[in-house]
Write a protein that binds this ligand. Structure first.
Ligand SMILES: Nc1ncnc2c1ncn2[C@@H]1O[C@H](COP(=O)(O)OP(=O)(O)OP(=O)(O)O)[C@@H](O)[C@H]1O
Ligand SMILES: [Mg+2]
Length: 621
């Protein structure tokens, strides 16, 4: 005990006491313990070290007692030296054991968290797309990090603070009672006098810490908002630098003011603690000294007692917040369990079958669909970080029926918000339909193995996403075993090779924020290269609406051509050339297929298609 003990009790006082009022689902404690079971061996070792360490701590004052009673008072110098050396050696041992204790508790905490983190990652990865559209990813990640971190420090805290202090407390009290039960009782009666002020300061400190976190967060979010690329862009064009500076200065000033307050209160807490130990020592010397003069207690015992007393108070203080420590652990674990308990809505059917490779036919049979509501994605428990739910979800698609034969190109056209993108989501089973069915080669996608389905279906979205990594890594994501020759081939087919080879680092160029910024069209061509490596039988393509310059337009056109060749494809078409090539055009409006046929047939009908065509392509065609 000593420095570490002080710090430990101070830390436990700084935990948010309001957790004690929270209700935790029954069984959480059991589940939490289950995470520690694999480390039973380490925990046993930890307990052993704790007991050994505490025992050494108990022995030390007894040695001093012997030095005074049997050495100093009896004039035995040899004994004094021997005992002093023994005390030194034991001190050395004690320190080593203290280190071992810290190592073991930190290790168990860290391993538990490792298990928890990986489990969470794996679980969240299985969540359907709907989950990610509902949850603000940043908030989810930071909440999980906080909770997992909380779980870790709570675990370590419980081990080192609660377990360590409990063992120490029992041993100290035992030793004190043996030395002088009257003085021990007196010391215990005084305990509340010491604990209550500590609690008071602890609570004050908590408030200040919380306020300081909030102020810091406000200041940081202002910086992040203004200094990220998009924010800086807006600020440059519309911002008023002087006002911004003023706002920032105000926030920063509050942060620095609270910094001083935190330091002072922290210091006050420490001082109060020290003062109490000093008072207790004075009291024990006072009373014990009188008893010694009256020959009712020997001098050595008084000294030993005083030394126990200091430890007793520090230990008790560490334990007085035990409830908060335990609840913090439980609450953190519960919040992690909540996420682990969300069932992934889209999972492999128990009897799922793999879709065999080879030519693929896609058929939609009277499909009706609406997007799942927040509660259906089981996000009630994550409400605070989910996008607040509005009205119940409306039907987005009804009675969609069509067949894309192997190798055919089906073009979807229609006004914005008609449901075109939604139709393409259903092919790869990003969502499940409410009615009817979507099947590939006659296999309902709900009966298909998800990985085989994802293997067969390749998608290029309007704003293709590339990970912040090298171009090579982004391409290998589609086919980890691809050789450089294959990568180059794919890039060439996607009409993007000349650009890549012109980059100084070629395939090893970083993509994204701190790497090379590709234009929208270039990104889409990289996405096509990625798709070509994957070589799926089915291609879904969302053509960009953005106006591209004619050169890259030609390149993209060529790349699309190659990507679609020989594959069954569904294309959300914005280009006349694509539409003209389509085997079948489906005109989607308000979630229904309102017209279908080839370009010539549809123009003839003079319906919605003819109108859309006139508006979009009249000047182009
Ligand atoms: N994740 C979602 N959750 C709830 N509703 C959605 C979601 N995505 C789209 N919608 C709604 O579904 C309807 C169809 O959207 P969809 O994206 O399929 O339209 P679209 O035809 O692709 O339009 P655009 O041409 O503008 O891309 C819209 O009313 C839209 O608001
Ligand atoms: Mg769309």
């Amino acid at each position: 005990m000593g420095m570490a003990g002080m710090m430990g009790s101070m830390r436990s006082f700084m935990q948010d006491a309001s957790v004690v009022k929270q209700k935790v689902r029954p069984g959480t404690a059991k589940r939490m313990v289950r995470f520690a079971v694999p480390y039973a061996g380490l925990l046993a070792l930890f307990l052993f070290v704790v007991i050994l360490d505490a025992s050494i701590g108990i022995v030390n004052p007894l040695i001093y007692r012997a030095i005074i009673n049997n050495g100093i008072l009896k004039g035995n110098a040899t004994l004094i030296i021997r005992l002093a050396v023994l005390a030194g050696i034991l001190g050395l041992f004690g320190s080593a054991l203290g280190l071992a204790q810290a190592y073991l508790s930190a290790t168990v905490g860290a391993r538990v968290v490792l298990a928890l983190r990986t489990k969470l990652f794996d679980h969240i990865q299985q969540m359907p797309l709907a989950f990610f559209t509902r949850v603000q990813t940043g908030a989810l990640v930071s909440r999980l990090n906080t909770d997992v971190g909380g779980a870790q420090s709570a675990f370590t805290d419980i081990l080192s603070n609660v377990v360590g202090n409990s063992v120490t407390l029992v041993l100290i009290l035992g030793a004190m009672f043996v030395l002088s039960w009257q003085m021990t009782l007196a010391a215990l009666i005084l305990v509340p006098l010491f604990i209550l002020p500590a609690r008071f300061w602890g609570r004050k400190l908590q408030e200040i810490m919380r306020e300081s976190f909030n102020l810091m967060a406000a200041m940081n979010s202002l910086m992040v908002e203004r200094f990220n690329v998009a924010g800086a862009h807006v600020a440059k064009l519309f911002g008023r630098p002087q006002d911004e500076s003023k706002e920032f200065r105000a926030k920063a000033a509050r942060v620095s003011a609270i910094g001083v307050k935190t330091t002072i209160y922290g210091r006050l807490f420490g001082t109060a603690l020290m003062l109490m130990v000093i008072f207790a020592t004075a009291f024990a010397y006072g009373w014990g000294g009188v008893l010694a003069v009256q020959h009712r207690l020997d001098v050595g015992t008084v000294v030993a007692f005083v030394s126990y007393l200091g430890r007793l108070y520090v230990t008790l203080m560490g334990l007085s917040n035990i409830q908060v420590s335990l609840m913090t652990a439980l609450v953190s674990f519960e919040r992690v369990f909540e996420v682990l308990d969300l069932p992934p809505m889209i999972q492999d059917h128990p009897q799922a079958i793999a879709i065999p490779s080879g030519p693929a036919q896609i058929s939609f049979d009277r499909v009706a669909f609406r997007y799942p509501s927040a509660s259906e994605v089981s996000l009630a428990s994550l409400e605070s970080i989910a996008v607040p739910d509005k009205t119940p979800e409306q039907t987005v698609l009804s009675d969609i029926t069509f067949v894309a034969e192997p190798g055919q190109l089906v073009a979807l056209v229609g006004p914005s918000g008609a449901g075109k993108t939604t139709i393409t989501h259903l092919v790869a089973r990003l969502y499940d339909v409410q009615n009817g069915s979507v099947s590939i080669n006659g296999i309902d996608v709900r009966q298909a193995k998800l990985d085989s389905l994802h293997q067969r279906v390749g998608t290029v979205m309007q704003d293709a996403h590339l990970f912040h990594d090298t171009i090579r890594a982004n391409l290998l994501y589609a086919k980890p075993e691809a050789t450089d020759v294959e990568l180059t081939e794919a890039l060439r087919a996607a009409q993007i090779l000349p650009l890549i080879v012109s980059l100084p680092k070629g395939l090893d160029t970083l993509v994204g924020d701190r790497g090379y910024r590709f234009s929208g069209g270039e990104k889409q061509r990289l996405a096509i290269a990625r798709l070509l490596l994957k070589a799926p039988e089915i291609v879904i393509l969302d053509e960009a609406t953005a106006h591209l310059d004619s050169e890259s337009e030609a390149a993209i056109h060529e790349a699309f051509e190659i990507a679609l060749r020989g594959r069954t494809s569904i294309v959300i078409a914005h280009r006349l050339s694509t539409i003209l090539k389509a085997d079948q055009i489906l005109v989607v409006n308000e979630g229904r297929i309102v017209e279908r046929g080839t370009h010539a047939e549809l123009l003839e009908r003079r319906g919605l298609y003819a109108e859309l065509y006139r508006r979009q392509f009249a000047d182009a065609g």
